[in-house]
Design a protein around this ligand. Structure first.
Ligand code: NAD
Length: 418
């Protein structure tokens, strides 16, 4: 993974690339390239042995012109202020691509959760939620899970907020467990939109996904669900990887068994259904029809992109290609279906969860999945129509043209205060 590329600069470059195709004044675009505010805080938390540890933590609220700030919370040692700013910006444009009434936000704490006990993680999360309290709420800013956070952390944030505010406000955070006002279908939603995007992508090129070979980088929430649902369409998922390396089988892997192996051993390594183990970079350049990067940002840089042999890439992770890699793949005619559409299932079902919380009425999983399918396929069609009609260089630019136009219009309609 290349870490030299600053993801915030990548985001700004993506916006600039799309802005040249829009009739928007440069000062207006400048406003859409920076966060409105960033909270930077240091959490002092008591450890199980009585010592105090200090954790750096952030929350970026990028743009609220289309609705409350919305975006996940990441626990990772590599979290930085600029990473959080970039991720919050991608949320703005993702919500606009799928046309749900949210702005964008993102948060993170610099830590490796594997180093802490469950009770330490609870205290860290509650301390963070206490810092966030004045900024968040169902009409202000609505956090959700991201890398290394899930239902448990969201349940703790909801409880901390509700206890301090002396109210019930389940719509303060999404991605909660269904028994704590979460939505059916939320855990699978990101992988499901990746699958729907891949299915539509093959249809767009008049190809049958059932004949495709597939490699998936990253086997967490997004990657493992995407792999299983793409497998269900009849494709052969021949390689999957996690931070420990990749496993391969030319006849196709049993994606559920691979997941079970990872859950029980903590790693894909040693999976008996594999015929070979590969390095991560070998997997990214394998001869497959579809490559799904589902780990972290900057997984593929310009050099590696020259060796990518898949002709369709569907981005499950946020920002997995550096801008250089994007340029190389565009030049090589590799079709990249961008993150802001492909992984938007997570935030879309988060929106459904928030709607259910506000209505105090739970939807069935079927209803959630049907509505998600409609949102993703509509957004896919708008993106590909825009790509063709405006003769744009690639699909990411098309997605940003759609999104920036929507955000800029809302910003213009709001005007400037004071
Ligand atoms: P996760 O923590 O569940 O999984 C991450 C996976 O990536 C793990 O399997 C990890 O081992 C693997 N990984 C890390 N470094 C790797 C490397 N160098 N090579 C190969 N694998 C590596 O996280 P997640 O929730 O699945 O998120 C993954 C990506 O999807 C992130 O970019 C996240 O922002 C994005 N995303 C997630 C959601 C969601 O709802 N979970 C929604 C939208 C976007």
């Amino acid at each position: 993974m290349t870490n030299e590329v600053n993801p915030f600069e990548s985001l700004q470059e993506q916006i600039d690339d799309a802005a040249v195709f829009l009739d928007i004044a440069p000062d207006r675009i400048e406003r859409l390239k920076r966060p409105e505010r960033v909270l930077e805080t240091n959490l002092s938390v008591e450890m199980d042995d009585g010592s105090i540890e200090v954790f750096e933590a952030f929350r970026s609220q990028f743009n609220g012109d289309r609705g409350p700030y919305k975006g996940g919370i990441r626990y990772h040692p590599g979290v930085t202020r600029d990473e959080v700013k970039a991720l919050s910006g991608w949320m703005v444009y993702k919500c606009a691509v799928v046309d749900i009434p949210y702005g964008g936000g993102k948060g993170g704490i610099v830590l490796d959760p594997r180093d802490y006990s469950a009770s330490e993680l609870e205290r860290i999360t509650r301390s963070y939620a206490t810092e966030l309290r004045p900024l968040i709420g169902p009409d202000r800013d609505i956090p959700a899970p991201d890398v290394n956070t899930g239902q448990q952390e969201m349940n703790w944030i909801k409880d901390t907020y509700e206890t301090l505010e002396r109210t019930t406000a389940p719509g303060t955070v999404t991605g909660k467990s269904p028994t704590s006002s979460g939505s059916a279908g939320r855990v699978e939603a990101t992988g499901r939109s990746v699958m729907l995007t891949a299915r539509e992508a093959f249809e767009y090129f008049d190809r049958d996904i059932a004949d495709a070979t597939v490699a998936v980088q990253g086997y967490g929430n997004a990657g493992s669900v995407a792999a299983r649902l793409i497998d269900d369409l009849g494709a052969d998922v021949v390689a999957v990887s996690d931070s420990g390396g990749a496993v391969y089988n030319a006849d196709g892997l049993d994606t559920e068994a691979a997941k079970a192996h990872k859950v029980s051993t903590g790693s894909l390594s040693g999976f008996e259904g594999a015929s070979e183990e590969l390095r991560n970079d070998e997997m990214l350049t394998m001869d497959v029809d579809l490559l799904v990067p589902a780990a972290l940002e900057n997984a593929i840089d310009g050099t590696l992109a020259r060796d990518v042999r898949a002709d369709i890439v569907v981005e499950a992770a946020n920002g997995p290609l550096t801008p250089d890699a994007d340029d190389v793949l565009t030049e090589r005619d590799v079709a990249v279906f961008p993150d802001v559409l492909a992984n938007a299932g997570g935030v879309t079902v988060s929106y459904f969860e928030w709607v259910q919380n506000r209505q105090r009425f739970a939807w069935t999983e079927q209803r959630v999945n049907d509505r998600l399918e409609r949102v993703i396929t509509d957004a896919f069609d708008t993106m590909t129509d825009t790509y063709e009609r405006r003769d744009l260089p690639n699909l990411r630019t098309a997605a940003y043209v759609v999104a920036i136009d929507r955000v800029a219009t809302a910003a213009d309609e709001a005007g400037v205060f004071p």
